[in-house]
Structure formats: structure tokens, C-alpha cells
Design a protein around this ligand. Structure first.
Ligand SMILES: [Fe+2]
Ligand SMILES: [Fe+2]
Length: 148
């Protein structure tokens, strides 16, 4: 059975591939739309299905959870700014650098701290059900955005 930690990590790797692709100025408009869809669906599925359980299970990590919500909000603002920026501009490069920094730090916090804590406090059956809920929600948001 799939587990939610693997599902989220796989999605992080997809997002990282899109960020790397954006370093190439060719095709940026298409890639930034893909990144917007991928990030929006990922974050929505995490916030809706996964973070409520993280919050229940690991109250000593309140500061880390708060930082995660802030990183989600900041990444959302930055990816929307990218959508509004000319792909050839220096602005685009600067916003992309900020977005990569926010995402890199946040992915590290999830993969090294929050997700292992969730895994430690859940059964493999719960992690499987959560993977299902995460993937379904992610697919629903992508469909709503017309990006699936
Ligand atoms: Fe994530
Ligand atoms: Fe996240």
C-alpha cells in the first residue's frame, strides 16, 4: 500500500524538476503554469488532508507547523507573482530565486521533521488511507484548475 510520506515526497521531486526547468528561459510560460498547478494542488491537499493530523499528533512542534503554513502562503504569493511576470525579465529571475529558497527550506522541514513525526505517530493503515486522501484531493484541485 502506498503511504502518504512517499506520495508527498514524490510530489516534491516533481515540483523540484519544474523549478529546475524554469532556469531555462525557453518554455517558461508553460512551465510556470504547470508549477502553479502542481504547487497549488500539493499545498491544498497537504493543508486539507495532512496538516490537521500533523497538528493533532505533534503539539510540541507548534512553531514548525506555523512556519510550514507561512511557507505555503509565501510560496503561493511568489508563484502567482511569477505568473504575472514577464519570463524574460530580471524580476522573474529574482522571484524564482526567492521561491526556490522558500520551497527548499520548507521541503526539508517536511521531509526531515514533520513527515517522520507523522509517520511515527500513525499506523501503516492510516498512512495508506492518508495517501489516498492526499492523492484524491490533489487530483480534484488539478481538475478544478484545468491542469490535470
Ligand atoms: Fe509538501
Ligand atoms: Fe508543504
Amino acid at each position: 500500500m502506498n503511504d502518504v510520506v512517499s506520495a508527498i515526497k514524490d510530489d516534491h521531486r516533481r515540483i523540484e524538476v519544474l523549478l529546475i526547468a524554469l532556469h531555462d528561459r525557453g518554455g517558461r510560460e508553460q512551465t510556470v503554469r504547470e508549477l502553479y498547478g502542481a504547487l497549488t494542488a500539493h499545498t491544498d491537499a497537504e493543508e486539507t488532508e495532512v496538516y490537521p493530523l500533523i497538528e493533532d499528533g505533534i503539539s510540541p512542534r507548534e512553531a514548525e507547523v506555523l512556519a510550514a503554513h507561512e511557507a505555503h502562503a509565501r510560496a503561493d504569493i511568489l508563484v502567482k507573482s511569477l505568473l504575472d511576470s514577464s519570463p524574460d525579465s530580471e524580476d522573474f529571475d529574482a522571484i524564482l530565486a526567492d521561491l526556490e529558497e522558500v520551497i527548499t527550506r520548507h521541503v526539508e522541514a517536511e521531509e526531515e521533521d514533520l513527515l517522520p513525526a507523522l509517520a511515527a505517530s500513525s499506523s501503516s493503515e492510516q498512512l495508506g488511507e492518508l495517501a489516498e486522501a492526499f492523492s484524491t484531493r490533489r487530483a480534484d484541485v488539478l481538475a478544478e484548475l484545468g491542469a490535470d
